[in-house]
Design a protein around this ligand. Structure first.
Ligand code: FAD
Ligand code: NAG
Length: 440
């Protein structure tokens, strides 16, 4: 066989997903050139790099991380870790965010990734260009980046891994009359710690992970918290005094908030824990035949690649997953595609599969904003990717522990983080006896 030149990969972002992409690209030097990682900040870690400031960096770009000071992970380290890189044994199962940042730094060291990262370099444009004669019809990607000192640079690649994260751009659902609200309006993206909320009345919108966690933090500094949401009642420890209400449907002219059940309240602060928008300012969606909305990117074959351009990969756009495991499977699948190990279906077949899948979900009543939620379906998805890509799928013990953690979290969304687990083998885990002391 004629020896082809090696594949050149660009990675946008040096968070967990980008580092994972780099680690696996570097593991196959016969096929791939060392990757180029573009990172707009001066550090790796993305979300896990705690940034006290809110608003913008000195260079005017919006602050990336939504991490808050006291966050502990909502997954135990046993199911958070990259499969080939465990967390330190001495750490408790549920980690403070600083331990995750340290973990990513060690990952970077072990796989010798750092010197492939171009820090302070923002990707401004990613554009497919066809160079039919040279590459036999394959697409080449033009990546235009700009360094903090203002220098623009253009490089070409055979493949692009989009790892820019999707927990940075606040999603703010419109509330009729919001202009009448006299208090402070805030999104969880700009929440860092509870002290400024002491003795204040706060309506928290949304009862997903951050809505629940932040409500608990606020209640502990004596804020009067109303958790407003449309989901079934969350079981919260009664001593915290957190009230729950239906969704806020509007703000009255006198500034009070009206809930769906008709009741009305006043509040000092309205805190949106309503999630984040997808944002790929460096892409032209129409050019890629993609529909990119606030809460949906489609069509993506295997939630990963646009059928019309199967050499650009969107890592980690699914929700309710074990992110690091998810990234690892997606990256291995993507590399198998680039290596030619996976023969993808035709463009039409991939489009049909994606549309069929979305249609099935919609027929089951899944709302558009939830189409990318995987949750229990993630394990079947990993198996599917692994089978096609010929790599080892995540162990069954991970799914089993994931389900256990869900049960514990539902029972007590505060205390579940005191538990410590240990993986015994491929199918079994155990609960360790001594509860962790650090979570209180
Ligand atoms: C508050 C919070 C709590 C979480 N808790 C957990 C948890 O307990 N367990 C868990 O597993 N996951 C958790 N997550 C999910 C978390 O987002 C993932 O674990 C993971 O960090 C996502 O990695 P990423 O690489 O996709 O994105 P990010 O970590 O966001 O990294 C993206 C990187 O891309 C860079 N970038 C963006 N745009 C550009 C550009 N144009 N050019 C160059 N660089 C760019 C950014 O600067 C950033 O460094 C949490 C998320 C949040 C927000
Ligand atoms: C909160 O209220 C308590 C009780 O009224 C008071 O002692 C305390 O000083 C208040 N704290 C702040 C920061 O307002």
């Amino acid at each position: 066989m004629k020896r082809r030149s090696r594949v050149r990969v660009a990675v946008i972002g040096a968070g967990a997903a980008g580092l994972c992409a780099a680690r696996h690209v570097l593991s196959k030097p016969e096929t791939f050139d060392p990757p180029v990682l573009f990172e707009m900040t001066n550090h790796l870690g993305g979300t896990w790099f705690y940034e006290e400031r809110v608003g913008t960096y000195d260079n005017g770009y919006p602050i990336h991380s939504s991490m808050y000071r006291d966050l502990r992970t909502n997954l135990p380290k046993e199911i958070m870790m990259f499969p080939d890189f465990p967390f330190d044994d001495h750490l408790p199962s549920f980690l403070h965010h600083t331990s995750v940042q340290q973990y990513l730094e060690k990952y970077c060291e072990k796989y010798d990734i750092a010197h492939h990262i171009k820090f302070n370099t923002v990707v401004e444009k990613v554009k497919p260009i066809s160079m039919a004669t040279e590459t036999g019809g394959a697409v080449t990607w033009e990546v235009i980046s700009r360094s903090t000192c203002g220098e623009q640079n253009m490089q070409t690649f055979n493949s692009v891994f989009v790892c820019n994260g999707h927990y940075s751009d606040p999603h703010l659902p419109y509330i009729p009359g919001i202009e009448h609200f006299k208090g402070k309006v805030l999104h969880s993206h700009s929440y860092r710690h509870p002290e400024p909320f002491t003795n204040k009345s706060v309506v928290v919108l949304g009862a997903k992970a951050s809505g629940v966690d932040i409500s608990i933090e606020l209640a502990q500094v004596n804020a009067q918290v109303i958790l407003s949401h449309n989901t079934p009642t969350v079981s919260l420890p009664p001593p915290l005094g957190i009230r729950q209400a239906s969704a806020v449907v509007g703000v009255l002219e006198d500034g009070s908030l009206q809930f769906q059940d008709g009741s009305v309240t006043r509040a000092d602060i309205l805190l949106f824990c309503t999630g984040y928008n997808f944002n790929f300012p460096f892409l032209s969606p129409s050019e890629l035949a993609l529909d990119i909305q606030d809460l949906l990117v489609a069509p993506l074959y295997k939630y990963l690649l646009p059928p019309s351009f199967p050499s650009i990969f969107f890592i980690g756009i699914c929700k309710i997953i074990c992110p690091f495991i998810h990234f690892d499977c997606q990256v291995k699948f993507a590399l198998a595609v680039l290596e030619g190990l996976i023969k993808l279906p035709t463009q039409e077949e991939m489009e049909m599969e994606v549309h069929g899948e979305m249609q099935r979900k919609q027929d089951k009543g899944v709302q558009m904003k939830h189409l990318l939620n995987l949750d229990r379906d993630q394990w079947g998805y990993y198996l599917d990717l692994a089978k096609m890509g010929q790599f080892t799928p995540p162990l069954a013990v991970l799914e089993s522990l994931y389900e256990e953690v869900r049960r514990q979290r539902q029972k007590d969304p505060q205390k579940y983080r005191l538990l410590n687990y240990r993986l015994i083998d491929a199918t079994q885990w155990e609960l360790l006896e001594a509860p962790s002391e650090q979570a209180d």
